[in-house]
Design a protein around this ligand. Structure first.
Ligand code: GRF
Length: 210
């Protein structure tokens, strides 16, 4: 069993491609004192991502990095990692980051890249997870905070929250219900790192002190 990290006030890098409501929720939890962390930098691969403007307003360093300016994914990730390393961060938090993370990232931050997915993994990986849940006819769905590995939404699971799927649900209504849980679950998972309560054995994460 390997301890993921000792207790500490976390230094976070956030990667976001879009509106950044999970970024909002993490920021709010820090402001309230519920999450012991500081957001050191927010990076986006989308110039128009609202998350960038939100970061600037909050006095957080924000940078748009255009992947097409790099020869390949490794070169793009090398640059992103170099920017993150300048801040000596403990965790890289994917908050609506719409790219698969590659080897460069994972070698630099083993078990330190975290994602939230809007389904109860391993069900409904990839895009439109909420539509997949509606189409399949499951009675419950939810969100999963997990460590990122080479696969798509396959890494070790830290926390999950469950919501009901109602007969009249469509993708949008279910996404809204799940999002409310995401906003509570993501910072709670990060706080487990801050409290030094996470251990890993194989692909299984153990939480101590509960
Ligand atoms: C969330 O549903 C998250 O689960 C998924 O992408 C969406 C991001 O939303 N990975 P936001 O940008 O945090 O509002």
């Amino acid at each position: 069993m390997i301890k993921i990290m000792e207790p500490r006030r976390l230094k976070l890098a956030i990667l976001a491609s879009g509106r950044g409501s999970n970024f909002d929720a993490i920021y709010a939890a820090i402001e309230k004192g519920d999450l012991s962390a500081d957001i050191k930098i927010l990076i986006s691969d989308q110039e128009e991502a609202p998350a960038l403007g939100k970061a600037v307003k909050r006095g957080i360093e924000a940078q748009y990095i255009e992947p097409r300016n790099y020869k390949n994914r490794d070169e793009y990730e090398n640059y992103v990692v170099s920017r993150i390393k300048e801040h000596n961060v403990d965790l890289v938090v994917l908050a609506g980051y719409m790219r698969l993370v590659g080897k460069v990232f994972l070698d630099a931050y083993k078990w330190k890249v975290i994602n939230i997915h809007p389904a109860l993994l391993p069900a409904f990986t990839g895009l439109h997870a909420q539509q997949q849940a509606v189409d399949y006819g499951v009675r419950f769905s939810g969100c999963t905070v997990h460590m990122v590995d080479e696969g798509m939404d396959t890494g070790p699971i830290i926390l999950q929250s469950v919501v009901p799927v109602l007969p009249e649900d469509d993708e949008e209504s279910l996404a809204g219900r799940i999002l409310m849980e995401e906003h509570k679950t993501y910072w709670q998972a990060l706080q487990l790192f801050a409290e030094g309560r996470l251990f890993i054995k194989g692909r299984k994460i153990y939480i101590t002190g509960t």
